[in-house]
Design a protein around this ligand. Structure first.
Ligand code: ZN
Length: 303
């Protein structure tokens, strides 16, 4: 795996769009742009990404495969469900959904034989909903049957990771196999240390040069990383941008602007956050842990 970004996306759309309304998504252009962007990332030292795109984000595994093969970047894909939980899941049994994830993990995605390596779940503003809880429990059980680790999307300002951990504990999940993502949307060290003391990994996996209103800017996010390293948690952190090659759930204008404001693309962390971390006392060993050792240990299940 070597140098790994722990939370990125190739293509984000919505469930079923490519099948029903293929003209809505420029697949070939996405592949072409994705290959170029990830070739650049590879030349800049990125070896592997986790692509945490689920079925409800319009995961298109053949696009992901083409981008990986064309660029040489390893891509670990995900099963699970993001925030657009299909209505058919709202009244489903937990095990019914768990079995869907298990099938993808064991046999591969949509008949391709390409097996995901991570189970993604998502809860956002307002915390864990009833249908969100069904999906969390399904992820827990799919993890227990397959050994695949879980990676969560949270809304950290509301400490949603605490709610997720509680449900995973209730399901008897080994918290060493859980990463609580989007944890750098807060600077609340008590919350983050509390999670880490439970034994989870933390994803510091939102990085963009221009801060959105109400969340920390990239330097502050990196200060949080340094504070956690200083508190002894440097061997439990991972980093990513939560960036995309194509994002169709934002307006074309908004996404183009987001890309324009980030000339470094998937190298923003390498060119900005990591140098800033080192200027502020982070060591090469800290960087090696966060970008190389920790993602590998998380996937391997090493403690
Ligand atoms: Zn994401």
């Amino acid at each position: 795996m070597a140098f790994t970004l722990s939370h990125e996306h190739v293509l984000i759309t919505s469930a079923g769009i490519q099948t029903t309304f293929p003209e809505f998504v420029p697949r070939d252009e996405t592949i072409e742009e994705g290959v170029q962007l990830f070739k650049d990332a590879k030349a800049g030292g990125v070896d592997t990404i986790f692509d945490l795109t689920t079925h409800d984000l319009g995961r298109d595994i053949r696009v992901v495969e083409a981008v990986s093969r064309g660029s040489g970047v390893n891509i670990i894909a995900a099963t699970g469900t993001w925030r657009d939980i299909p209505r058919v899941f709202w009244t489903a049994e937990v095990d019914e959904i768990a079995n869907l994830y298990v099938r993808e993990l064991d046999e591969g995605i949509e008949g391709t034989g390409i097996r995901p390596g991570i189970i993604k779940v998502a809860n956002d503003v307002g915390g864990v909903t009833d249908e969100g809880e069904i999906v969390l429990r399904a992820a827990a059980r799919a993890h227990q049957k397959t050994g695949a680790p879980i990676y969560t999307h949270t809304w950290a300002p509301e400490r949603v990771g605490d709610q997720q951990v509680k449900i995973f504990e209730d399901e008897g999940v080994d918290l060493n196999r859980v990463c609580v993502g989007h944890s750098n949307d807060t600077t609340d060290l008590d919350y983050l240390k509390g999670l880490l003391d439970k034994g989870v990994w933390i994803g510091l996996d939102r990085y963009h040069p221009v801060a959105r209103p109400g969340v920390p800017d990239w330097r502050t996010r990196t200060d949080t990383a340094k504070a956690l390293i200083d508190a002894g948690y440097g061997d439990r952190l991972m980093m990513g941008h939560d960036a995309q090659v194509r994002l169709r759930i934002a307006s074309k204008e908004a996404f183009a602007e987001r890309m324009r404001l980030n000339p470094d693309k998937f190298l923003f962390i390498s060119r900005n956050a990591l140098p800033y971390l080192k200027e502020n006392g982070g060591t090469d060993a800290d960087v090696q842990n966060i970008m190389v050792n920790n993602p590998r240990r998380y996937i391997e299940g090493a403690s």
